[in-house]
Design a protein around this ligand. Structure first.
Ligand SMILES: Cc1cc2nc3c(=O)[nH]c(=O)nc-3n(C[C@H](O)[C@H](O)[C@H](O)COP(=O)(O)OP(=O)(O)OC[C@H]3O[C@@H](n4cnc5c(N)ncnc54)[C@H](O)[C@@H]3O)c2cc1C
Length: 469
């Protein structure tokens, strides 16, 4: 049996890799990565600089790991829908194995590849693994997908019976000698027109395992409290590893469950279920990438305000946590979850700007930028998403800062103009004495909180109607 194992950017590992293990168990293995111009054309790659840098580093690591096991990663440029059927036929493969993706465009790609391979009599097998449970498999009493997280999480808990994560293979068969292909080296970021950003996390399976180990040893025990603190390294920072599959979500789940950690451990596993929820939502309702989850939000009268948008993206709104988030995003491709919530709520509710450009901006700059989690996060913050709470939750950026960055360390780190601001005013520098304000060189708030709150509520009520859910 000759198998192509098609690595596709969300499974860049050798451990707990179902397609690789399954192929190796039945015969010859040809590991393949296709440099599809959909992502790798320089102008496309430049639109996702941090994700691309992480992905390329993870590919280099995968190539080394496969070589270490006795195999070889074949890297071929071209459109997947053409390259796969052509190479599978030329290489006389019996089957092509890959992990399932949940996005609508990926499902369409897989449908076309499946069709073309079927015409050539070659099997195409998709493995689960991006999520803990197959998307579409967690149903409510009526057989539908849950619209609210808590019952979804409960149903997952009742259903979860994970097989142990697969260890990395001890060795792999060499790529068969008759395989010929126009392979190319893995491109460098520079070759795609990207200036490498030294502040990003290192990609690759080994780096992922080091991050996991560090988290289990240093932060898991206090995660229940630490997860909300923007000023502390209290979270796992494993989101890009889950996104690119340098660590499988199943292996992570099992490592945390085995570590125990009581309530903190449970809180962490619950976060993994939020990730699960977002993927199942996108599977069920692929249209959410284009439209609000709550139909009542269609045609919402978002404002147009170029100056406000620029202030938000550049971190000059005069609200310290919002500005810190904007700058952290571009600097290191990451934003703390609470800062994401505050910043996204501010854009949509304080500035009354459409969530979609904000969502796209995050997708552009986040290293963990993921269609499902990012869309769910943005729609939740904008009020139009899947949420048990009504749409009128409005984060107060000042009280969020006071509570979750009490000394202002997060703000000082990312907004250096405020480094010397007295702690008493760090989250509301507009209240500092005039002499302090002059020294700080930091903008006045772009909008008054109470005014913005009322404006959003009035606008939303006007659009949704008084009794709108
Ligand atoms: C506006 C907005 C946009 C977001 N965009 C993304 C995105 O593009 N990619 C992404 O992975 N996450 C996104 N999130 C969710 C969350 O902010 C990040 O997963 C988290 O900050 C990553 O840091 P961590 O790995 O240290 O998290 P930890 O606190 O260590 O959490 C562990 C893991 O659980 C998952 N997780 C945690 N919170 C959430 C959540 N609310 N929704 C879904 N999964 C979650 C992540 O995979 C994370 O790595 C977004 C949230 C918001 C509010």
């Amino acid at each position: 049996m000759r198998s192509i194992v098609w690595f596709r950017g969300k499974d860049l590992r050798v451990a707990d890799h179902g397609p690789l293990a399954s192929a190796a168990a039945v015969g010859e293995v040809i590991p393949l990565f296709v440099l599809d111009p959909f992502f790798f054309a320089p102008e496309r790659a430049q639109g996702l600089p941090h994700r691309m840098q992480f992905l390329l580093a993870s590919l280099v690591s995968l190539e080394a790991n496969l070589a270490h096991l006795g195999s070889r990663l074949l890297v071929v440029p071209g459109r997947s829908v053409e390259v796969l059927p052509r190479l599978a036929a030329a290489w006389k493969a019996d089957q092509v194995l890959a992990h399932r993706w949940v996005e609508p465009f990926a499902r369409e790609r897989d449908r076309r590849v499946d069709e073309a391979l079927a015409r050539a009599g070659i099997a195409f097998r998709l493995f689960e693994g991006e999520t803990l449970l197959p998307p579409g498999s967690v149903r409510n009493g009526q057989g539908g997908m849950f619209r609210v997280f808590t019952p979804f999480a409960r149903a997952c808990g009742a259903k979860l019976d994970l097989e142990p994560a697969l260890p990395a293979p001890r060795s792999l068969p060499p790529v068969p000698g008759d395989i010929r292909a126009d392979t190319v080296p893995i491109p460098s970021p520079q070759a795609l027109g990207l200036a490498p950003n030294p502040r990003l996390q290192a990609g690759g399976e080994r780096a992922a395992h080091q991050r996991l180990k560090a988290f289990l040893e240093a932060a898991l025990a206090d995660y229940g409290v630490g997860r909300d603190r923007m000023d502390l390294p209290g979270t796992s920072r494993l989101s890009a590893d889950l996104k690119f599959g340098t660590l499988s979500v199943r292996a992570l789940w099992q490592a945390v469950a085995a570590a125990g950690a009581g309530e903190s451990g449970r809180r962490y596993l619950n976060e993994l279920l939020w990730r699960e929820f977002s993927h199942h939502l996108l599977w069920e309702w692929p249209e959410v990438l284009e439209r609000p989850f709550r139909p009542a939000f269609e045609g919402f009268p978002w404002r147009e305000d170029e100056a406000a948008w620029e202030a938000w993206t550049e971190g000059r709104t005069g609200y310290p946590v919002v500005d810190a988030a904007a700058r952290q995003l571009k600097s290191e491709g990451f934003v703390h979850n609470r800062a994401r919530m505050v910043a996204a709520s501010f854009l949509t509710k304080h500035l009354l700007l459409d969530y979609r450009p904000g969502e796209a901006h995050y997708l552009r700059w986040l290293t963990d930028g993921d269609w499902a989690a990012n869309n769910a996060g943005w729609q939740w913050c904008a009020g139009c998403g899947c949420d048990a709470q009504p749409w009128f939750r409005i984060f107060n950026p000042t009280s969020q800062g006071l509570k979750f960055d009490p000394e202002g360390a997060y703000v000082r780190r990312w907004v250096p103009e405020l480094a010397d601001c007295p702690t008493a005013f760090i989250h509301e520098p507009w209240k500092a004495p005039q002499a302090v304000r002059q020294r700080l060189d930091y903008p006045e708030p772009i909008v008054d909180h109470a005014f913005a709150r009322e404006r959003f509520l009035a606008t939303a009520k006007g659009h949704l109607g008084p009794g709108a859910p």
